[in-house]
Design a protein around this ligand. Structure first.
Ligand code: G3P
Length: 505
């Protein structure tokens, strides 16, 4: 089936031998001189989906040099030409969404419908980035705001690309979160080197086919594959990489921040998003948001709902509603669109189980779940969780949700802010004035009022504080982060002076 699906994409044969996928540089698909490959296995049934190249640092160096060498040809394209290319790429994503989504489902265990919609979501992102890119403007400023300066001094500013952008995507959105870096980088006139995640490395490779067919010249867009442990540091520290845009774990993000020195960074990292539920919340809406936010893609989202802090009057009723909805979730094969599918690895399952065991040992109440078959973990609800338990603070990246009962907004804010993470927070109440009051106290990038934590829609500003990230993503914010101002100051003659002297006999 995998081969049949891929063969639906014209010319896909050039990117692979059987199911051994090549890396993409200068418009050419290549095998690594290392002779080594990385096996990608389906986390649901452990079948081999394909292999990707375990590239060497020499090949990394070559790819980055190619990207540097092709900066000029791409920067010389007009905004309109770049926007048109992004739009053509979007059309191809829509055309090939099913086969690429199928491959993604196989390699990361995402429900098939969600995998396919991730491709079409990226098409929408490319189209919106094209539009946003065409709106980019500069500004001119007179110097006469300050004493000693007059209108004869004017600064003119416009934005220029940073250069070579290194885009590193995560396993959980291997196409959309890689595309959310590629599109603004290209629209802003940069060249791109993509390093896909080890797990989920195949579906981003199709950007090579898509962008080439859309009109991106060879060498402007390149993809290198390999083990992060072998080429990761070399990639991010390479002197010709002008900016790193990374989505992944906080641990890796902090490591990158430590070793890249002066390089601009966009980091989208982990989260421990807390939902504060006040006594007047609409419990049906709240329960629906919590279950969807906590368990879609089996909780493997940085923006998943990861803590619920209910007030006393509604706690029991809310938990009963959440439990009922949770126990109705479909569990099983991602190809059959089960909501709860496999976690990305057995090791991740072990980690999640450790958090559950710790909470149980320390006296929490198991409401449902705590069951595992292979890499599938049943959605687990834990009540009466205390701040002594690891699950109150650690990010599971799996289907386990703790209820930490609170008795005041102050207590909820304190527990929410005590987390090392600061991605998003949620407040469920019908008192919008109070919601704003609480939102202003939360140390997070975004506060959702009466809704689940989520990154989309993709033009919204998206950022994390503390261990959750660095910089702001979201289409126009990403374009800004991948450019810098160029300032030209005109030192002109005194206003009117030349006019008086301009006389013809
Ligand atoms: O975990 C990645 C994060 O970007 C999730 O995106 O749209 O599902 O909130 P979203």
């Amino acid at each position: 089936m995998i081969i049949e699906e891929i063969n639906k994409i014209p010319n896909s044969f050039i990117m692979k031998d059987d199911l051994d996928f090549k890396y993409y540089v200068s418009g050419t698909w290549k095998k690594s001189s290392s002779g080594k490959t990385i096996g990608i296995r389906n986390p649901y049934n452990n079948e081999i989906v394909g292999t990707v190249q375990a590239c060497t640092t020499e090949e990394v160096n070559q790819v980055i040099n190619v990207a540097k060498e092709n900066l000029e040809c791409w920067e010389e394209k007009t905004q309109r030409e770049r926007a048109d290319i992004l739009r053509k790429a979007a059309a191809l994503m829509r055309e090939w969404a099913n086969p690429i989504g199928y491959i993604m489902m196989k390699e990361i265990g995402k429900p098939l419908k969600s995998a396919i919609s991730e491709i079409t979501r990226t098409a929408e992102l490319f189209e919106a980035t094209a539009e946003a890119g065409l709106q980019q403007e500069g500004e001119a400023i007179y110097g006469d705001t300050f004493k000693g300066f007059g209108k004869n001094k004017m600064s003119m500013t416009y934005r220029v690309p940073l250069g070579v952008i290194l885009c590193i995507g995560p396993f959980n959105y291997p196409f959309n979160l890689t595309g959310s870096k590629i599109a603004p980088a290209l629209m802003a006139g940069n060249t791109v080197v993509v390093k896909p995640p080890s797990q989920g490395a195949i579906s981003p490779l199709f950007f090579g086919l898509i962008l080439e067919k859309a009109g991106v010249p060879p060498g402007v867009f390149n993809i290198i594959t390999g083990k992060g442990s072998e080429i990761g540091d070399y990639l991010v520290q390479h002197p010709m990489v002008n900016m790193v845009s990374f989505t992944g774990s906080s641990e890796t993000g902090k490591h990158i921040a430590k070793i890249v020195e002066m390089k601009p960074l966009l980091l989208e990292l982990g989260g421990k998003d807390a939902a504060i539920i006040l006594n007047d919340a609409n419990l049906e809406i709240t329960a629906e948001a919590i279950v969807s936010g906590a368990f879609s893609y089996s909780g493997q989202r940085c923006t998943a709902v990861k803590r619920v802090l209910p007030m006393p009057e509604i706690a029991d009723k809310l938990i009963e509603l959440v439990k009922k909805k949770t126990m109705n979730l479909s569990i099983g094969d991602p190809e059959k669109n089960a909501t709860i599918g496999p976690l990305i690895s057995s090791k991740q399952c072990d980690y999640v189980q450790g958090l559950i065991d710790d909470a149980l040992e320390k006296g929490c109440t198991l409401l449902c779940g705590n069951k595992r078959e292979g890499n599938i973990m049943w959605p687990t609800l834990l009540d009466n969780v205390t701040t002594e338990m690891r699950i109150a603070w650690e990010e599971p990246f799996g289907p386990v949700l703790p209820f930490i009962r609170v008795h005041s907004a102050e207590e909820a804010i304190k527990i929410s802010n005590k987390s090392e993470y600061g991605l998003q927070g949620m407040i469920f109440t019908q008192n919008i004035d109070l919601a704003f009051n609480i939102a202003q106290e939360l140390e997070v990038g975004t506060v959702q009022i009466n809704g689940k934590s989520e990154r989309g829609p993709d033009h919204f500003p998206f950022l994390g504080t503390k261990s959750s990230g660095l910089g702001t993503q979201g289409i126009k914010y990403s374009i800004e982060a991948m450019t810098r101002p160029r300032v030209i100051v005109m030192n002109l003659s005194e206003k009117g002076k030349l006019v008086k002297e301009c006389k013809y006999d």
